[in-house]
Design a protein around this ligand. Structure first.
Ligand SMILES: [Cu+2]
Length: 70
C-alpha cells in the first residue's frame, strides 16, 4: 500500500515557529513522510504510510505538542 495524505485543521498555528514545532512533532512519528504546516491556512498536510501510523496517532502527536487538530 502506498502513502496516504490527510489535511488537518489546526487553528493554533500562528507563525513560522508554530510551523516548525508542528513539523518536528509530526515528522518524529514513524511512517510519516512530508509534513506541510501553514499558518496562513491553519492547516497541516501530512503524508503517511497507513501500515505504520494512523490519523489518530497523528492527532495525538499534534495534541501533545500543544496544537490540537479540529
Ligand atoms: Cu507561532
Amino acid at each position: 500500500m502506498g502513502m496516504m495524505s490527510k489535511m488537518f485543521e489546526v487553528p493554533r498555528i500562528h507563525c513560522d515557529g508554530c510551523e516548525r514545532t508542528v513539523r518536528g512533532a509530526v515528522s518524529a512519528l514513524p511512517g510519516v513522510g512530508k509534513v506541510e504546516p501553514s499558518h496562513l491556512t491553519k492547516k497541516v498536510l501530512v503524508e503517511f504510510d497507513p501500515t505504520s501510523v494512523d490519523e489518530e496517532r497523528i492527532r495525538e502527536a499534534l495534541r501533545a505538542a500543544g496544537y490540537p487538530a479540529n
